[in-house]
Design a binder for this molecule. Structure first.
Ligand SMILES: Nc1ncnc2c1ncn2[C@@H]1O[C@H](COP(=O)(O)OP(=O)(O)OP(=O)(O)O)[C@@H](O)[C@H]1O
Ligand SMILES: [Mg+2]
Length: 252
């Protein structure tokens, strides 16, 4: 899919801030995301992960600073370049699986009927719901809805995928399938930004940003973060706690 040349940078955030009234959800945050990697956003509840992702979609606008995705300011014009899997599903409960995915395919401009039908089959099989494609979403379990949501986000093969807690509620087998699929996407050059709470997800990412109170408090590859926390053998949880304590002025 055509988009502006970005010198290998898929997302560029420069001193962006966003507040909900008095609450600074994103606070003077700068971040570059290299194209073609999986980039994990980690942080506790309320750290600002969802707000940051919504800023990247263009659904929210920064109050100050600037944001570029694939060389452009996020807006309706960049929507076709982005696949967005929201934390809260935006599925039509009364429609079937295939009708939901078809709806998103049409929104994203997959007009050719045959190609669309082929792509619907591909993505619904990928999330292992082909047998149930005519079931209404209302009758699916939480994890199954999660899988439909992923199918909707990837149906138009976007170069940038924003996945807000995509692995929540997945059984272990499917979690592995998702990560295998994410790895195949980055090999093909897709950039993935994935928010998560689990360090299992974090370990799969090429690069991580630890967020807290609207700021990035540390970033790097998983092993760089362990090293920087002066605990190369430590878990990522321990590394995260190290950075939190450092922010609070409590040296370990
Ligand atoms: N629509 C809203 N109106 C007012 N405040 C909001 C709104 N959405 C988020 N916030 C606040 O902004 C801050 C960041 O929330 P956000 O949803 O970005 O966090 P998060 O890191 O995604 O958390 P979680 O891990 O729980 O999903 C929180 O303090 C939250 O209460
Ligand atoms: Mg969130």
């Amino acid at each position: 899919m055509a988009y502006n040349k970005t010198d290998g940078i898929a997302v560029k955030i420069d001193k962006a801030s966003f507040n909900f009234k008095k609450l600074n959800a994103i606070d003077d945050l700068s971040l570059d995301v290299t194209a073609g990697i999986s980039f994990g956003l980690l942080g506790p509840n309320g750290a600002g992960k969802t707000t940051l992702i919504r800023l990247l979609t263009g659904l929210l606008k920064p109050k100050s600073g600037s944001i570029e995705v694939l060389g452009q300011t996020p807006s309706q014009k960049t929507a076709h370049l982005i696949g967005y899997m929201p934390q809260l599903h935006s599925l039509y409960l009364e429609l079937s699986i295939i009708q939901n995915v078809n709806f998103f395919a049409l929104i994203y401009g997959l007009r050719d009927r045959n190609k669309r039908a082929q792509r619907l089959e591909e993505v619904i099989k990928l999330v292992d719901l082909w047998q149930r494609r005519n079931d209404s979403v209302l009758n699916l379990s939480g994890g199954m809805r999660q899988r439909v949501s992923l199918a909707c986000a990837i149906v138009h093969k976007p170069p940038l995928l924003l996945l807000d807690e995509p692995t929540v509620g997945l059984d272990p087998e499917l979690r592995v399938t998702f990560w295998d699929y994410f790895a195949s996407l980055t090999r093909q050059g897709t950039t993935l930004i994935i928010s998560s709470h689990t360090m299992d997800d974090a370990a799969h990412c090429d690069h991580l940003a630890f967020m807290r109170q609207g700021k990035v408090i540390a970033q790097g590859t998983p092993s760089e973060l362990r090293q920087a926390a002066r605990k190369p053998d430590a878990s990522l949880e321990e590394a995260f706690l190290y950075f939190i304590h450092r922010e609070d002025g409590k040296d370990e």
